[in-house]
Design a protein around this ligand. Sequence first.
Ligand code: NAD
Length: 368
Amino acid sequence: MSNPSLLILPGDGIGPEVMAEVRKIITWFGDKRGITFDVSEDLVGGCAYDAHGVPLTDETMAKAQEVDAVLLGAVGGPKYDSLDFSVKPERGLLRLRKEMDLFSNLRPAQCFDALADFSSLKKNVVAGLDIMIIRELTSGVYFGEPRGIIREGNERVGINTQRYTESEIARVARSAFEMARKRSNKVCSMEKANVMESGILWREVVQEIHDAEYPDVELSHMYADAGAMQLTRWPKQFDVIVTDNLFGDLLSDLAAMLTGSLGMLPSASLGAPMANGRPKALYEPVHGSAPDIAGQEKANPCACILSFAMALRYSFDLGDEATRLEAAVEKVLADGVRTADLLNEEGVTPATTSQMGDAVVAALDASL
Ligand code: NAD
C-alpha cells in the first residue's frame, strides 16, 4: 500500500518558519513510529506570485486535488498589498478552498491548562475548555448574488445576499453530527431564525437531518447573538457548534480568543469524501503571515503543529498519534517553554521558533 500523501504549502512570512518545525515532527513520526508520508512541497501566495505571476498555479491546484491532505502555512505580506485583487496572495488560498469545495471549516477552541491565565476571561471559565465550531465555508452572504455597490437616486447602496440551499445546509449539518459522535455527542446550531428566512430554513434542515439520521445526538438551537453571549458567559456548555459562514466567521474568532494566543490556533477545512472515503482537506493555522515578526525566529509554531495533528486525526485516521502530538504540545507548555507571544512577564527569555519545535520533538520522544 502506498504512503498517505501530503502537500505542504509553506507560503509567506512566518509560514516557512513554522512549517520547518512541522517537518521535524513529520520526520519524527517516520523515524520513531514508522509512519511515513509522501510529502511534496510547493508555492502559494506571494512567493508563488514572485515565481509564476499568480498566487497559485494550475499545476499546484491539480496536486492539491490529488493528495490526501494539504497543509498550508500562511500567505500575504505588505510587499503584495498593492497588487491587483485578482493576483493577491489571499486569492491562492481562496482558490484552494473553492476548487476543493471545502464547505466545512473546523475551528477548535481548546484551552491548554498552562495558558488559562492568558485568556481575557476568568480562569475557571476557560480552564479545560474544548469546543469545536463548524462554520459553513463556501456559501452564505460572502458568496450570494446579487452583490455589489449600486447607485440608487443620488446615493450608493451596498448589497450582499444571504442565500443557502437545503443541500448546503444538510451537508454541513451532517459534518457537525459526525463530529459530535466522535466527541460528546452534542450539537448546538446557531442562526437568526427570528429575523432571517435563511435562518428559518437552516433550523428546519438541521432538525430534519438530525431526526432522520442522527437521533442519538443531542441537538439544540440558539440565535447567533445569544450564542455569542453564551460563549463568553459559560463556553463549557458547548461541545460542537454548527453555524453559517458569516456567523461562523465571528463566533469562531470569538471562541478562539477565549483560549489565548493566535499562535496556538489550528484549523481544518473539509470537503466531500474522496474515493478512499476520506474528505478533501486543507489544514492551516488560523494566524496570518505575521510580517512584523517574520525572519526573527519569534513565531510560535504550535498552531501549525496542531494543524498537522488535525490532519493526523481527520485525514489519516491516526487519532491516537494526533492525541500524542497534542499531549506533547501540552507538556511543553506545562514545562514552561514559551515563545514570545505566550509570555507576559518581563525578564524571561522566550524560546525561539526552532527551540519550541525541538521541545515538542523531545516531548514526543518522552511519550514513547
Ligand atoms: P497575523 O495573524 O499575521 O498577525 C497578527 C498578530 O499576531 C501579529 O502581531 C503577529 O506577530 C501575531 N502572530 C500571528 N501569528 C503568530 C505566531 N504564530 N506566533 C507569534 N505571533 C503571531 O494577521 P495580520 O497582521 O492581520 O496579517 C498579516 C498578513 O497575513 C496580511 O497580509 C494578511 O492578509 C495575511 N493573513 C493571512 C492569513 C492566512 O494565510 N490564512 C490569515 C490572516 C491574515
